[in-house]
Write a protein that binds this ligand. Structure first.
Ligand SMILES: [Zn+2]
Length: 391
């Protein structure tokens, strides 16, 4: 007897090459069977999802969920299982001096799965600016804390911003790379100087230190230090990084996503691998409301739904190194499932520069299944729910 049966939905799983009407059965928190028709009598709970898209649980590769510690931290489940997302990656909210609260208070109090990148700054993003002196970094302790939390800490985070770069220059990301290498984990680097003060050519020195499997985040940033030079030409190091297997993620946030920059990068032949929100409390109120809104932005940029789902499931699972477990509906895997609706209408989505794009398909979360447990989507972050602004 199955515990749960989702019937009649369009199963879209790029990892399995599936895109068609199928039922999905769940048992003991795992995917038990996918077939065109599974009898309802074989399951304890049946949910009809006709007309909806059923895909592997969405993974948001860049969020800030150190709620109650950092002022900008979102309650994970709000942007997670209540928003169509089954796994959230915290991108450096905590550093070695402040990480202890994650396993003690954040992970046990949320149903959403949490994976962390440890900030190279000792205090993470508890203060702004993060790094204000070389003593903001404790390399040995950073490596020690990373080694103490295998699985929970997947990598080290560094931010290519002022004043850290003015104080330490390339020594800062190099120390982060050393911490990552010594701990046997990945490096994730924020590009784009939000203070707009440091030499924009820093990207050309940064990208060569990134190894296969490392992650560049804010790939579509218009801030100095992004992957376009002053003539809007893609720096050659970006293509080299892409070719050797560096993951390219497009976290939006409050300051680092531009449709114009993105289109210029796409026109020069490089597509990002991952979509993420960079969700924060102030960001959620103004510029980036949910993972499904990010999916809608990419539909507006003419990506197909299958490409968008790949960038929210299979690719981030690989980027974080959890693809043996997440990012697929393969039978036997953890039952992490997102049920979404692609709603037709006339909307407009914006980037951080308030540049608009019209879109006639919006992705709305309906249900989330996490380890077999069902969560309904909460009321959306806008007064009218989940849909983007009306055109
Ligand atoms: Zn961030």
């Amino acid at each position: 007897m199955y515990d749960l049966l989702l019937t009649g939905g369009t199963v879209l799983d790029p990892s399995l090459g599936l895109n068609g009407i199928n039922d999905v059965a769940v048992e003991d928190g795992k995917i038990a069977r996918i077939a065109p028709s599974i009898p309802a009598e074989e399951a304890k709970q049946v949910i009809e999802v006709k007309g909806k898209v059923v895909c592997p649980g969405l993974i948001d590769l860049h969020t800030h969920i150190y709620s109650g510690v950092n002022g900008n931290g979102v309650v994970a489940d709000l942007g997670g299982v209540r928003a169509g997302v089954t796994t959230m990656v915290d991108a450096g909210s905590a550093g070695c001096d402040t990480f202890g609260g994650f396993p003690e208070h954040i992970v046990p109090n949320n149903e959403t799965e949490i994976i962390c990148f440890l900030h190279i700054c000792r205090t993470g993003l508890a203060t702004s600016p993060d790094i204000f002196s070389p003593s903001s970094i404790d390399l040995d302790r950073t490596i020690q804390v990373a080694l103490e939390h295998p699985g929970l800490i997947a990598g080290i985070k560094a931010r290519m911003v002022s004043p850290a770069l003015e104080i330490m220059g390339m020594e800062m990301p190099q120390m982060a790379k050393r911490a990552a290498r010594d701990a046997g984990i990945k490096l994730m680097v924020h590009i784009g100087d939000t203070e707009k003060r440091y030499d924009a050519n820093v990207i050309r020195e940064l990208l060569p230190i990134m190894e296969p499997g490392d992650i560049v985040t804010h790939f579509f940033t218009a801030n100095p230090g992004g992957v376009l030079d002053s003539n809007k030409k893609l720096v050659p190091e970006a293509k080299e990084a892409n070719d050797r297997g560096v993951w390219l993620d497009t976290a939006h946030g409050r300051m680092n996503f531009s449709f114009d920059t993105g289109q210029r990068i796409l026109d020069q032949g490089i597509a990002p691998h991952c979509i993420s929100t960079d969700l924060t409390v102030p960001g959620r109120a103004r510029t980036v409301h949910s993972m499904t809104e990010m999916m809608t932005r990419f539909l507006a940029m003419d990506f197909t739904l299958a490409q968008v789902v790949t960038m929210c499931t299979l690719n981030p699972a690989k980027a974080v190194g959890v693809d043996e477990r997440l990012g697929t509906l393969e039978v036997g895997r953890q039952a992490d499932i997102s049920v979404l609706e692609v709603r037709e209408g006339d909307w407009v989505v914006y980037d951080v520069l308030a540049s608009p794009k019209k879109v006639n398909k919006a992705v709305i979360p309906i249900l989330t299944v996490k380890r077999g447990k069902v969560f309904e989507a909460g009321w959306g972050p806008r007064p009218w729910g989940w849909e983007p602004d009306p055109a």
